[in-house]
Design a protein around this ligand. Sequence first.
Ligand code: ATP
Ligand code: MG
Length: 421
Amino acid sequence: MTDKILAAIDIGSSKIASIVGVKSADTEDLRVIGFHSATSRGVKKGLIVDIDEITMAVEESVEKTERMAGHKINQVFVSVGGPHISSLNSHGVVAISNPQSEIVEEDVNRAVEAARAISISNTRQVIEVMPREYVVDGQAGIKNPIGMTGIRLEVDTHIITASHTNLKNLDRCLSELGLNNSGFIFAALASAQSTLTDTEKELGVVLVDIGGGKTDICLYVDGAISYSSSIPVGAKHITNDIAVGLRVSLQSAEKIKLHLNHYLKTKKDAHKKDTDLDLSQLNLPENVSTVTLKSLTDGIIAPRLEEIYKLLEEEIEKSGFANAVPSGLVITGGGAMTVGLIETGRRSLGLPIRIGTPTGVTGLVDELLSPQYATTVGLLLYGQKNIIAEVGWKNFNRILRDIKLGNSVSKIKEFFKQFIP
Ligand SMILES: Nc1ncnc2c1ncn2[C@@H]1O[C@H](COP(=O)(O)OP(=O)(O)OP(=O)(O)O)[C@@H](O)[C@H]1O
Ligand SMILES: [Mg+2]
């Protein structure tokens, strides 16, 4: 078996990050060999608002990543997120076809297909069909029914859908750059791959990815993804509030936000709220040289965080699993680094909260192992899990050019199964 190259693009409202990794044949390691993050353009709250702008930004990011990796990128997994994402859980039932009543992979596929047969509006597209659990002759809680004996197989699946128009726009951007799409992956699902532990997923946990323009959510119960959603508020809103509160530009407000973060991490007297924060070294064009810590943290940032937590609480209620997440929240995305995030959250929700930092890759990881890149790293991990190992990438490219499949990962997986002996 040869080494495999995996590539992904994380299209965010703040940054566009491209990544290339190698899955070597003889180790478990997924080694990052190329990575680049560029300021995003043409994306708002997860929606493409300017195709030309986004195409230029993706091109820049991909070219720099290719140069670093010394490898041409042909095939990419792509993140999607934002309030156009919605989810539902659907049930499928089939009779076991085998006369010996042994369940085979084909039965499982038929059951998943039956669950997938939902009617959705033609403005939406399914991007994910994830089995949650199987039921064999009434016995629930089965993770893998293949090899079991039974006459009736049921499956509970989690289905994620996204705006068809937005996916089409993303596809146009990729095809303009000659890139093949390996599959759209919900950003919070990718982040969950790189930050959550198996124990957290088993116990019940909410993955929260606070990006620039939106906050994506993915809820796990009994080890299975059970609810996906997104709220239209992100860390840029905090920047916005600082700009309004201090009467400065958005650029200056972003600088102040990051400076505050740095100051609180490094200074001993940082806990004293009446301390003045010296802004003179930031050389802001506006005439502000100092501001009190208290006015920034308690007066401007905390109220916005409280609003985000309130919206998150509403989403968790809406999921119907509010009492099934004892592991609390794992918060990631650039917004996870906001000052006072954990304290405000614990106060507002009364749930355990930790910050999720991506893990699971080796190689060029110094910059990558920050909450900001949880989705980026997660896309590679998801790709590694879902791409069929036996198919070489050269063949993969050629074959993909010849076929017309939708872009869902499961569809592509199904297609490749026919090549496996
Ligand atoms: N050290 C930090 N302290 C506070 N905020 C930070 C820090 N670093 C980044 N951020 C904030 O994180 C946000 C960007 O997060 P991220 O890179 O996850 O967004 P994105 O993935 O591009 O956007 P989205 O997922 O919403 O489309 C910005 O608003 C930025 O101000
Ligand atoms: Mg993001």
